[in-house]
Design a protein around this ligand. Sequence first.
Ligand code: FES
Ligand code: FES
Length: 164
Amino acid sequence: MKEITLHLNGEVRRIAVAPHETLLEVLRERLGITTPKSGCGRGDCGACTVLLEGKAVRSCLILAIETDGQRVTTLEGIGEDGPTALQQEFVKRNAFQCGFCASGIVLAASALLKENPQPNEGEIREALAGNLCRCTGYEPIVAAVRAVARRNAGKKRVAKRARS
Ligand code: FES
Ligand code: FES
């Protein structure tokens, strides 16, 4: 066992991990963080997606020991001041049903919007291609992300007008 330090959802957490334990196992079974789901366990479904240093990663493929000292964000760590614009759009558009994929998709889409605040439909579909959903058919998910991209474009126009 080796002690690692995680900056998990804004809190410093120290925990001893075995060399073979994945980040997903440590989050769910040792730290009680249950929004990352265990779907396939081999990198195919995206249900276990978390943000590692702000990048969307599959926590079933990463050893916890490799994440020592890094920033890990799960769904529990976003929307502290209430649901984010993206979460609001997901709810408004019924972009999840059983919810198994939702945490991973919201985090993957959040990472995309941070890097590219106004993604087009192709960019959204590409960014979410590794996150499988068996229920929604993807249309409401893409529509929710596009709605946030439009909101961001509106904010940018307002800021530009205010500066001119
Ligand atoms: Fe990690 Fe499916 S559980 S990708
Ligand atoms: Fe059920 Fe996506 S809402 S898997």
